[in-house]
Design a protein around this ligand. Sequence first.
Ligand code: UDP
Ligand code: MG
Length: 342
Amino acid sequence: MMEPVLTIVVPCYNEEEVLPDTIHKLRQLLLELMADELVSKQSKILFVDDGSKDRTWDMIYKEGLKSEYIRGLKLSRNVGHQNALLAGLFTAKDLSDCIVSIDADLQDDIQVIREFILKFHEGCEIVYGVRKGRETDTLFKRSTAQGFYKMMKILGVDLVYNHADFRLMSRRALQALERFNEVNLFLRGIVPLLGFRTDVVYYDRLERQAGETKYPLKKMLAFAFDGITSFSISPIRFVLMLGLVSFFMSLVFGGYFLTLKFFGDTETGWTSLITSIWLIGGLQLIAIGLIGEYVGKIYKEAKQRPKYIVDIDSFNLPFSRHRLLQQTDDSLDFRKISDSNK
Ligand code: UDP
Ligand code: MG
């Protein structure tokens, strides 16, 4: 039997601190998998540099020159984790039978990749890595993440609980994924929609080895909000319900105020009047803002802008690896290389 070609896709944003170790460990794993004849010798690790400002691309690039198992993809600017991941998945797709995605900080146990491959051999097209617990995360991260899953569930979005973007996908699954043309592609919500035979592998999540999280609270909130609004229209329904309730309430109050006007002292109406002006005004603003969110989404989708732009793919470089290796490190000018590539 022919072994499947595996590509491990690793999005990297300012990861110079963890990268040397990550490269070493992943290559070791790949060599072991090859030795055990679980994956083909054509298998690769694809590092996607998501517009890093530190030496990340330098490192990826040089490793790529040294080892035939390492491929580097440099995006033209920072496009965020999800899009960097997509860039890697779609770039690797044509040359691989299966693809595993994993974060650069190796918080996810890389030994689980072996189990992914075994499941793939059994015929699974999608295999999710699921954390057993979140002991290593801070209490804050844990509770916000759990809140996120709960909220998504209430809003009717089907997510795999405690699964981040550590998963295996077959080429067929990726071809299906590619047909989802949306610009706001929320991977964790879309992948379960693909169907196919799927399975789950449980593992313990470790701590980030070095460097710090690239997902501060602001990005996390944006991510959660994006996830909700690109998947569910429940917020709009909620606003509609609120609108209906306040409409009926205003009818009741309106009747009450009219009665007061004809039979009593009108001045008492001022308090309730000013309160309801604020109330209704607030509700309207919320509603308009929310609808604006969705209109914004439609606007983005209508434009169909590319989700990422590739600057350099180390596979397409015009130079032979030997010639580049002979140059000193300083003379490696990446800009020149990418320009002469065009
Ligand atoms: N990442 C990226 N682009 C970004 C932010 C993050 O490619 O704009 C990568 C990052 O290098 C890492 C992965 O996404 O490989 C997850 O980031 P991180 O580990 O910081 O997130 P956390 O595990 O804290 O949620
Ligand atoms: Mg991490």
